[in-house]
Each structure stands twice: as structure tokens, then as C-alpha cells.
Design a protein around this ligand. Structure first.
Ligand code: SF4
Length: 316
């Protein structure tokens, strides 16, 4: 059995930055540091930060006044920002800059008098945050069916934006449906789908050309990981989403000469290593990386981290 790793795979710049923010905050201010929602959608990442002193909460009411509080990479609604301010929390915002860019686009479109149509998945924290950041009319569509049933006249000035972790191909179809439906429509095409999502989707398509089965390492609630599995299936290759090596079923890989592995943007490489180790026990003798895009994107830590640190040193 030959194991082929997709390139790129795993952590993106936004996830690395979000984890760095929690770790830096723990180093500089000590435990506990409160984190609203899972910092990124991966249980292993969350457990490792919890062991270092992070406390994960779903509601800011659970955070004591004045405590250091980190917003997750998915972003939050303005209501949450206001709530944090009312409660006197010291916020470090780990919202991915590419999610924040979508927030900015939505605000500009509303200022132009357009109804904003967000293409995304209902209930996903990024979608809730984006809808809650736009101070005006915003409606969610998940697919072409939703577009057909929008209660808006064809002449309504509209603009679309998208969740960052969607399938590029599916999103193109929804955008095409929107363009058929509305005469005055603007939007960024699929450019809101972030570089990391697009690169990992391209890489899994390449992997599907050589692999007999694809394993996607990622959490069940990770949007981009789910899309990778779906793309593998669309390419005609049986594909499975697994949280780690313990979820690998030997029957899936029994007849495969080449087993492809990729990982969602919030899955650490140690989990990929764990899956490879399980495959070795099942007969894998070679591991190689399928050549692909080398990512060099890095995001700076937020100014708030520097500002809060300065406040603390002044006070001490
Ligand atoms: S997947 Fe994209 S948008 Fe999400 S955190 Fe990573 S870089 Fe940012």
C-alpha cells in the first residue's frame, strides 16, 4: 500500500493565528483565558488549549467581568461585540482576516443601498457572525433552490457575498442562479472562498486522480473538511471524514493500492501522522507527498494583543 499526502493540507494561516492568539494570551496573562466557541473546529486543538488553561464557553455570560476573552476564528456578530463591551471583557479578536474581509464587503454593499445575499450554511458560526455584522438587509441562501424562492423582486439591487469555506463549484452554480434571478447584482465571484479552502479543494481533486480511497482528517463540524470529502466523492473516489486514526476502518483501505490523505484547515499535522501510523500497521510501505501549491500566507497577530499587553505592563 502506498500512502499519498495532498499538498497543501491541514492548518491554514487563519487557524495558526487563532491558536497563536490563545497561546500568547495564556503566556502573557496566565490562565484562565476564556474563548467564545471552539477557537477552531477541532477537538484535539480545543483539548490541547484547555489543558494549557483556556476555558471554552458558548455564552459571554459565563465569563467573569474583566477577563481576557478570545473570539474564535469564525468571527462574531456585532451584538456579541457589544455584549462583551457591556460586560467589561478584555477582548482579543481571533476572527480570521479573510472572514473580516467578507464582513467589510457586506457593510459596503449595504451602504450602497443593496440587499446583501449571503451564500452559506445555516447555523454555521461564521454565517451567524457575518449576518450579525452587516447593519442592513441580509438574507441567507444555501443552494439554487433557495435562490428560486427568495422573496425579492427581480429589479431589487442586490449583492452577494459567501462563506469562506464553501465548495468552489457549488458556489459558482448558486452565483449563476442569482445572476439569472436578478438584473442589478454585484459580487466577488468565488473570491470570498479563501485561498486555503480553494487550494485544499484543488489538491484533493489531484489526489483523486491517483488514489483508490481518500481519507480526510478533520472534525465532523468543520465546513471545509466536509467539502473536501464531498469533492473526493464527486471525483468518483470513496472518501471518508475521520477525526483521527482511531476512526479509520481497515475495510475501507483493504483493496486500495494508493490511499490518499488530506486534512481540513483546522486539523493538526499530528493527526495526519497518526492516520499514517495506522495505515502502516495495515500494510503501508511508502508515504509520499503529491506535489502541489506551497502556501506562504501568514497573518499578523491583532493589534489588541499588543495594546492589552501594554495596558497590563502600565498597570503593573
Ligand atoms: S479556512 Fe480560510 S477563512 Fe477560515 S480561518 Fe483558514 S484562512 Fe481563514
Amino acid at each position: 500500500m502506498h500512502v499519498m499526502l495532498a499538498q497543501p493540507r491541514g492548518f491554514c494561516a487563519g487557524v495558526i493565528r487563532a491558536i497563536d492568539i490563545v497561546e500568547h494570551a495564556l503566556e502573557r496573562f496566565g490562565a484562565p483565558v476564556y474563548v467564545r466557541h471552539e477557537i477552531v473546529h477541532n477537538r484535539h486543538v480545543v483539548e490541547s488549549l484547555r489543558a494549557k488553561g483556556a476555558r471554552f464557553v458558548e455564552h459571554l455570560a459565563e465569563v467573569p467581568t474583566g477577563a481576557i476573552t478570545v473570539f474564535s476564528a469564525h468571527g462574531v456578530a456585532r451584538m456579541v461585540e457589544d455584549d462583551a463591551s457591556t460586560r467589561g471583557l478584555r477582548v482579543l479578536d481571533a476572527t480570521c482576516p479573510l472572514v473580516a474581509k467578507v464582513h467589510g464587503q457586506g457593510k459596503r454593499y449595504v451602504a450602497q443601498g443593496r440587499v446583501v445575499i449571503l451564500i452559506g450554511h445555516a447555523g454555521h458560526p461564521e454565517v451567524e457572525g457575518t449576518m450579525g455584522q452587516i447593519p442592513g438587509p441580509v438574507v441567507l441562501v444555501q443552494n439554487e433552490h433557495d435562490v428560486e424562492h427568495l422573496a425579492l423582486a427581480a429589479e431589487t439591487p442586490v449583492a452577494y457575498i459567501t462563506q469562506t469555506t464553501l465548495s468552489v463549484d457549488d458556489t459558482r452554480q448558486v452565483i449563476a442562479a442569482l445572476k439569472r434571478r436578478f438584473v442589478d447584482i454585484v459580487g466577488p465571484d468565488v473570491d470570498d472562498i479563501c485561498y486555503a479552502t480553494q487550494n485544499r479543494q484543488s489538491a484533493v481533486r489531484e489526489l483523486a486522480k491517483v488514489a483508490g480511497v481518500i481519507l480526510v482528517v478533520g472534525a465532523k463540524n468543520s465546513s471545509n473538511s466536509n467539502r473536501l470529502r464531498e469533492i473526493g466523492v464527486e471525483c468518483g473516489v470513496p472518501s471518508y471524514l475521520i477525526a483521527d486514526g482511531s476512526e479509520l476502518d481497515a475495510a475501507w483501505v483493504r483493496d486500495a493500492a494508493v490511499v490518499g490523505i488530506t486534512a481540513g484547515a483546522s486539523a493538526p499535522e499530528t493527526l495526519v501522522d497518526g492516520v499514517v501510523n495506522v495505515l502502516r500497521t495495515l500494510g503501508a510501505t511508502r508515504v509520499s507527498v503529491l506535489p502541489g501549491i506551497e502556501e506562504k500566507v501568514e497573518f499578523r497577530l491583532p493589534a489588541e494583543l499588543v495594546r492589552v499587553r501594554a495596558e497590563v505592563s502600565r498597570a503593573s
